[in-house]
Design a protein around this ligand. Structure first.
Ligand code: PLP
Length: 439
């Protein structure tokens, strides 16, 4: 008998007892290789001594001081470290407790920016049909994931959606990557003109789509074109790097590889690496300046913003990612993971696509490779793969998505950057066992 309200209300999951490196152990002693870092969280594995020491030291010094009264040493240090490595123009950091809060903050910051600058008629957002930006009502409204939104639709603000940049399904035969990228990015301009560009606050997108598509990066040039369109119409660009940021794709910020800098960027998950719940919203100097010159007050906040222990954990994590070489390691080991996945599954009759960047990889499962036809959603392939992998001692993150009416199954892999080559082999072998059981 339990009083915990679990995600799945009919079953009680195994009890996790301890973590060590890339493994989690349950109460029966069973060991699981964490092939997805939970949900792209545990970038440094489960027992990093430096992050643990930073958390312990901070909780003994100052566990909490409300930001209505104080700033704190860890918040200042982490903000400085993040900005030192952030894309050009980003200058201020607003700390929250997780990804959805970071996105809510970004949406409200962008809205208030236009109130401050005398454009209060800007009231709506544009995002992509295949996107997930969080589960709170504002973030859920901004996202496009139909399955996650469906039953809450009556509570959600209307957002317009355009196609994602999803070359596997969207790029036409004979079309170059560049033309494809321009064609889908141009949907933003068409949508802006349809709704009236003067009414739009921002376009929000994940540089590498995570939970909804399974590690889908945009083709080269796509985000540059998106940036141009946003600039042309005075619309802010918000990049949601809650899942793909913090070194996951082989650079600290995923958008570095697309050669663009947004006005606002959201991060979480890997920022605390699971040692503390923390997220952040970074904004460019001109946005902060509008607040400073205007009302002087951001009408938003939570009790735990800038939590000192969470910021101390984040500071230790980012120090390891940047100065400790873990971002480079993610890039290097990510290539090895990609090779191992291709060697094992490239010719698999039900694996249609293997994609991603760094330690962020996705495999799309299809009923038929030639036609790219997905499995019947009623078969629940992704759930079965998750269960079979778990049985084999592998944590991975399979999801089903919908693209323009098509349902797809995919497996998302986001292992800790500390994974060894042997552990990459173990991951691929266990995933193979799961595929052999289900497909
Ligand atoms: N944004 C993206 C891109 C995400 O992938 C997620 C979670 O998966 C969120 C926002 C929400 O983050 P959280 O679950 O920490 O609220």
């Amino acid at each position: 008998m339990t009083h915990v309200f679990y995600r799945n209300s009919r079953t009680t999951p195994p009890k996790a007892i301890r973590g060590e490196g890339a493994y989690i152990y349950d109460s029966t002693g069973k060991r699981y290789l964490d092939g997805s870092g939970g949900a792209a969280v545990s970038c440094l594995g489960h027992s990093d001594p430096d992050v643990i020491a930073a958390v312990q030291a901070q909780v003994e010094t100052l566990e909490f001081a409300h930001t209505g009264f104080f700033t704190s040493e860890p918040a200042e240090a982490l903000a400085e470290r993040l900005i030192a490595h952030a894309p050009e123009g980003l200058d201020k950091v607003y700390f929250v407790s997780g990804g959805s809060e970071a996105v809510e903050t970004a949406l409200k910051m962008a809205r208030q920016y236009f109130v401050e600058t005398g454009e209060p008629q800007r009231t709506c957002f544009i995002s992509r049909r295949q996107s997930y930006h969080g589960n709170t009502l504002g973030a859920l409204a901004a996202g496009g994931n139909v399955w996650r939104k469906a039953q809450f639709a009556p509570l959600l603000a209307e957002t317009s959606h355009i196609a994602p940049c999803y070359a596997y399904r969207g790029q036409e035969e004979g079309e170059s990557q560049e033309s494809y990228g321009h064609r889908v990015a141009n949907e933003l301009e068409a949508e802006l003109l349809r709704v009236g560009p003067e009414t739009v606050i921002a376009f929000i997108a994940e540089p590498v789509v995570g939970a909804t598509l399974g590690a889908v990066p945009a083709v080269p040039g796509y985000f540059k074109r998106i940036r141009e369109i946003c600039d042309r119409y005075g619309v802010l660009l918000i990049l949601d790097e809650v899942m793909c940021g913090m070194g996951r794709t082989g650079t600290l910020f995923a958008c570095e590889q697309d050669g663009v800098a947004p006005d606002i960027i959201t991060i979480a998950k890997g920022l605390g690496a699971g040692y503390q719940p923390i997220g952040a919203t970074l904004c460019s100097a001109h946005i902060h300046e509008a607040f400073a010159q205007g009302s002087g007050f951001f009408q938003h906040g939570h009790t735990y913003i800038g939590h000192p222990v969470a910021c101390a954990a984040g500071d230790a994590v980012v120090a390891k990612l940047t100065d400790g070489g873990h971002v480079e390691r993610a890039a290097r080991m990510g290539e090895k993971l990609d090779h191992a996945l291709r060697a094992a599954f490239e010719d698999h009759p039900h694996i249609g696509d293997i994609r991603g960047r760094g330690m962020f990889r996705g495999l799309e499962i299809v009923a038929d490779r030639a036609s790219k036809t997905p499995f019947d959603p009623a078969l629940g392939i992704n759930k079965k793969v998750k269960a079979a992998a778990f049985e084999a001692g592998l944590i991975c993150y399979p999801m089903g998505g919908t693209v323009d009416g098509q349902r797809g199954d995919h497996v998302l892999l986001a292992p800790p950057f500390i994974l060894s080559e042997d552990q990459i082999g173990e991951l691929v072998e266990k995933l193979g066992t799961a595929f052999a059981t289900v497909l």
